[in-house]
Design a protein around this ligand. Sequence first.
Ligand code: DP6
Length: 368
Amino acid sequence: MNMDGITSKNIVQMDEKSIKIGWRAPANIALIKYWGKRANQLPENGSLSITLENSFTTTFLSIRKKDKADGAIGMKYYFHGALNQKFGKKIDQLLSHLQTEMPFLSDYKLIFHSENNFPHSAGIASSASSMAAVALCLVSMEQIVTKMKQSNKDFFRRASAIARLGSGSATRSLYGGIVTWGAIASIEGSSDKYATPFPLHELSRLKQTRDIILIVNSKEKQVSSSLGHAMMVAHPYREGRKNQANSNLNEFIKSISEANYQLIAKIAENEALSLHALLMTSSSGTILLQPNTLQIIEEIKKFRESTGLDLFFTIDAGPNVHLIYFEEQREMVLQLVKDKLMRYCENGLWIDDKIGNGPKLLTPEFVI
Ligand code: DP6
């Protein structure tokens, strides 16, 4: 993670009244799934994810002091150059939620310009990286306008908590590597309010994790994650899910320290299938898996049985499959994609990604 230099020298001072702040924030893929939430965007269970390297959002926030403070928040959110009402509404909600703890927000006009480097049609959830980038810009703004001094640790923790208010999975996009979110007894300092980076041993194979995202269908899903979380409130398996997720998370953490990659694979796949089982057994009877998703799962299992490689799949709330494997298996895995998996992808589309380093403050050269 690039935590260097969160200082005003990295922020472009456009003129006396205007300031521009830029951050890049990564997407993440959960292996232990956050599914179900309480008031204030607090999770029903702990989750764990891998931060990605190649899929990210770049966001610039321009702030300009109003000539006359009017107590109202004025914000515009542009996505790839066009005003985006849908995501803008989410940011508006976030800003009004923050107004008490960030009273300076209404003293400025805020304009966000945001872009994803992954295609919109790729089916990667963009709310995690987008919200994380927005949260980083807001905490940088806070630091500049209030002239507060803050350690890097406090800075990212605050950004993680603010990202959570915008979108739960965004909480984890504030750190690189493996990240957990939720109060977990075995992780010191962990909380339901913000994420915690998971320390990996220098020699852990997880440091070599790679992710091939197989795009079965690139259309926006019919059921938003927020609706999916809401359906958990009255779900007949609600309590069972909480217990399952917490026990999977604890086992997963133990497996990391014991370098038990077979168990890691088993737990991650159980999580992905459980998420979809919960969707299917909710009152809406939502089915997001598609025939080609199942074909890919079958091929991955067959390949694992025949080669003995400890790779595995995970799936978010959609039809696309993440094939998680390790660097040393790359050649064989690329062959598998070419020979057996690509045919199930929409227009043969797949994305090559890997474990990443976390957010990056953009330098002035980038900003101008
Ligand atoms: C299946 O973070 O998208 O990806 O908090 O309502 O914005 P909101 O939901 P969101 O839910 C993500 C759910 C998931 C699992 C995960 O990322 O942990």
